[in-house]
Design a protein around this ligand. Structure first.
Ligand code: NAD
Ligand code: UDX
Length: 421
């Protein structure tokens, strides 16, 4: 098929690479001229494992356009951002602009797929917008569940494919199945609004699991219990499951914080009190301060102390720093007077007056304390005896409960985790 993707970000580019791999011809459109220029040169503007390789392997089927929509496409995807506005509501202006750009060109033979995470009712509104223009467009809500850092794998092997359709749309499901032929996953077919709600509910549930275990970490800390044992102990119960139970400095990224808040706002709009979402957000909003207090208790004062913060990205295997708890931590330590030196294998610190080391050794050398803020594999695999030699101090703070505690202690270092008793 001939596909046009509007919005060449993390979701748009991953979708493009995977559809090209499936054999489709894909035209990516973005309003960011520099991004399109880079893509045309063969440079992938984001770091996502496996993405650059897929672009190279399938370059004959991938095309990039600045603003110009590919009007001959059979299927048009909208993958533009829907960030939170100043009140925490989803800003759908990028979606609205993309729809406005499409309006003169789109025809009834085409299928319009909304992949951006949009507030409940948006897909129906888009359908009605075209109807008012005299066009009965096949609108499909196809939310995305990929995780950054494993986006290609998640797209090739999704747990499910959610398709939201209008009741009278008897054509779009077979088009979507033909488009995704080669990807084996159960289909969940529901209404346009049902698909929108599934997306928010999934993210809110996962965020709630994280906030739950972070609350347990605080309790474990108070009672001298190891939350890692608790996570294992509850996670083996098939009804609970082992995933998303890693306590730490809180969830971040471009999705969980904004989507939990957006769902909360949508609840208030309907006079439904979202007790669970409020708690999930409150725990996350207070987790970092709770942990910084612990760091202060551990180190005494922070003024002029050299602290190596390992990790800038909001999670490993990405260069994305949107809503990164690591960046918030760096800012807080800096505000406490610490002499912070940050490191990340891929992410770059912006607009913060803190030095970023080029190498791990440069970050660790002479550090009074080392804090892991993002659970990159290369931090987990450090040679702790060598780390001890390089540091001035002896405190290793594991803000992600991802480090080998025994090995660190055997190297003569003090280990401090999150809720580890
Ligand atoms: P992003 O910010 O990385 O990319 C969005 C791109 O759209 C940008 O390159 C921007 O220049 C472009 N754009 C915006 N308006 C445009 C327009 N009118 N015409 C052409 N281009 C335009 O965003 P993302 O992280 O890929 O997220 C996209 C959507 O997918 C969001 O709704 C998000 O909530 C959802 N989502 C994201 C993820 C994720 O992990 N990032 C996962 C699932 C769902
Ligand atoms: C998330 C959803 O997982 C994905 O399905 C959706 O499409 C987009 O939002 P993403 O934000 O890319 O994906 O990463 P994810 O792995 O979910 O991590 C989000 C945040 O939660 C990160 O800051 C991560 O460090 C944190 N996290 C995750 C924890 O603190 N503990 C955990 O156990 C898991």
């Amino acid at each position: 098929m001939n596909v046009c993707i509007i919005g060449a970000g993390y979701v748009g580019l991953t979708t493009a690479a995977v559809l090209a791999k499936l054999g489709h011809t894909v035209h990516c459109v973005d309003e960011n001229e520099q991004k399109i220029a880079a893509l045309k040169r063969g440079d992938v503007p984001i770091y996502e494992p496996g993405l650059a390789e897929l672009f190279t392997d399938h370059q004959s089927r991938l095309f990039f356009h600045h603003k110009q929509i590919h009007v001959e496409a059979d299927v048009i995807f909208i993958c533009v951002g829907t960030p939170a506005d100043s009140k925490g509501k989803p800003d759908v202006s990028y979606v609205n602009r993309a729809i406005a750009d499409l309006t003169p060109h789109i025809n009834e033979k085409q299928t319009l797929v909304i992949k951006s995470t949009v507030p409940i009712g948006t897909n129906e509104r888009i359908y009605n917008h075209f109807k008012n223009e005299g066009k009965h467009i096949h609108v499909v809500s196809n939310p995305e569940f990929l995780r950054e850092g494993s986006a290609i794998f998640d797209s090739l092997y999704p747990d499910r494919i959610v398709i939201g359709l209008r009741e009278d749309d008897d054509r779009s499901l077979s088009i979507m199945q033909a488009l995704y032929a080669g990807i084996h996953a159960p289909y969940i077919v529901t209404s346009l609004s049902g698909a929108e709600m599934i997306k928010y509910a999934a993210n809110a549930f996962l965020a709630t699991k994280i906030s739950f275990i972070n609350e347990m970490a605080r309790l474990c800390e108070a009672y001298g219990v190891d939350v890692v044992d608790v996570a294992k102990g509850i996670g083996l119960d098939g009804r609970i499951g082992p995933h998303f139970l890693q306590a730490g400095i809180g969830y971040g990224g471009s999705c969980f914080p904004k989507d939990v808040t957006a769902l909360q706002q949508m609840a208030y709009e309907q006079n439904v009190r979202p007790y669970m979402l409020e708690a999930t957000k409150t725990i996350n909003d207070t987790q970092l301060n709770w942990y910084v207090q612990k760091i202060k208790r551990t180190l005494g004062h922070m003024s002029k102390k050299r602290i190596a913060v390992l990790g800038i990205a909001f999670k490993p295997n990405t260069d994305d720093i949107r809503e990164s708890p690591a960046v918030s931590l760096i800012k807080k330590l800096h505000a406490h007077g610490a002499n912070v030196i940050a490191h990340d294998p891929k992410a770059v610190l912006h607009n913060v007056d803190v030095k970023q080391a080029n190498t791990l050794e440069e970050a660790i050398a002479q550090a009074d304390a080392l804090i892991v803020a993002t659970d990159w594999d290369e931090y987990k695999q450090l040679n702790w005896a060598y780390v001890k030699q390089m540091m001035s101090g002896n405190v290793v703070i594991d803000g992600r409960n991802c480090l080998p505690r025994e090995a660190i202690m055997n190297a003569g270092l003090n280990y401090v985790g999150v809720g580890r008793g």
